[in-house]
Ligand binder design. Sequence first.
Ligand code: 9WO
Length: 252
Amino acid sequence: MRIDVVTLFPEQFRQLVDLGVTGRAIRQNKIQLKTWNPRDYTQDRHRTVDDRPYGGGPGMVMLVAPLQQALAAVQADSEIPAQIGLLSPQGKTLDQKAIEELASRQRLILICGRYEGIDERLIDTLVDEQWSIGDYVISGGELAAAVIVDAVSRLQAEVLGDSRSAEQDSFSDGLLDHPHYTRPEEVDGRRVPDVLLSGDHAAIEKWRRQQALGKTWLKRPELLEKVELNKEDQALLTDFIDNLTATDRQQD
Ligand code: 9WO
């Protein structure tokens, strides 16, 4: 997959290239990540990328021309057609389903806004889609774009050291993840659930499924409305709820 990011701060993508799952995906050529700096497409001596907003007010607006030039270079650099995406709080809020759709594409082009934003005429004429990572203000689109690159990279086949992990992750089936434990068997008097030490793999799978269903019901009940539970899932969840103590209900 080819990902082009138009950004005034390409350094913000360093960690994706250097570290972890995304770094490995890039090294293995599963992901080709390229950044494009509008500043490199300016014509003036000061390499100006912003200007004052018409109508006045605080802050600056990103200039149209350097973004247009950068995008033209992006388009010319690969034959693969792609929609032009902008990271913006006005966009569609991403969830795992949207990430899966993005990951199925051959190419992504992502524009990161800075300052007070980009000129509306660019949005009208060049931007095909807008994506949000949530309803809060951050200083620019870079962190949001990095979130997309990370989430999409994980889904690229065999990117992961263990390709089964992606399927087992939280949200892959619309539910929260089950709890995890590692050594030692006891921490401050709190023991690992017996079933996980039993060696009974069927029982462990069943317990994990029940925990995933139960945790989702307790913490994110709206997620359950989007998934179809079969009879066995329904029985596991009913059993989970019936076995909750008064203290469980208050803590969770
Ligand atoms: C500022 C602001 C102040 C009061 C009420 C609403 C507001 N929205 C914004 C705003 O969107 N500022 C942008 C911040 C200007 C361009 C750079 N910024 C930004 C945020 N780029 N991308 C995001 C973002 C946020 C969440 N998901 C994806 C992108």
